[in-house]
Design a protein around this ligand. Sequence first.
Ligand SMILES: *Cc1c(COP(=O)(O)O)cnc(C)c1O
Length: 232
Amino acid sequence: MVKDNISKINERIAQACFKVGRDPRQITIVAVAKGRTADEIQEAATAGISDIGENKVQDALLKYRQLMSTAARHPSIRWHMVGHLQTNKVKDALRLFDLIHSVDSLHLAQEIDKQAYKIDKVQDILIEIKTSEEAAKFGLKPEETIGVIKELAQLKNINIAGLMTVAPLIDNPEKSRPYFKMLRQLKDKIYESGVMKEQLGILSMGMTDDFAVAIEEGATMVRLGRAIFEEQ
Ligand SMILES: *Cc1c(COP(=O)(O)O)cnc(C)c1O
């Protein structure tokens, strides 16, 4: 089932890219495995998934250990933290995650920088943006983002690789479009403001119900749970 799901997703990604003239190779699927077992992750990895997302640090570490102890290892899996990260979990998070999508405050980013320095790591992060009032509890307000990034750009042990948002859960994916558009425009504004030397590369947006629309609006990472692990 997971294998079939992934080929259907790849088709839909190709269609969405074709519609707006993008290259499907620009899109990374992050399989969000919260509540799924290590075996399910293994199945996804076998079907070609190389990026796994979790929303809890301890769950991710546990499944990582389980996967590493099985015969078929996938050392090439990249781990993504997509859930809210508490400062007291940062130390553990840094041991595993290649990319932290959910950096939603200056304070959290400073803690990541501090702990990353101790283990000589430069941690890739995304800044989580609250593009709608009702959608998410977490995230920076769009209007405060440039100010925060200006401070973060000084820190040596984090690398701001892009932006992330969670759109509101709504019945019609078209209704998510304005939030995705807002995130892409914010990325451009950040570049124009001069606080970052280069354009941010990653836009993490789009989930099972709205990933095609997110891709049309410029997503480079889609975070998919149900579309991969559940019967469609
Ligand atoms: C669970 C989750 C997803 C995946 O959601 P689906 O609707 O199952 O695709 C994506 N992003 C975050 C932050 C999540 O918590």
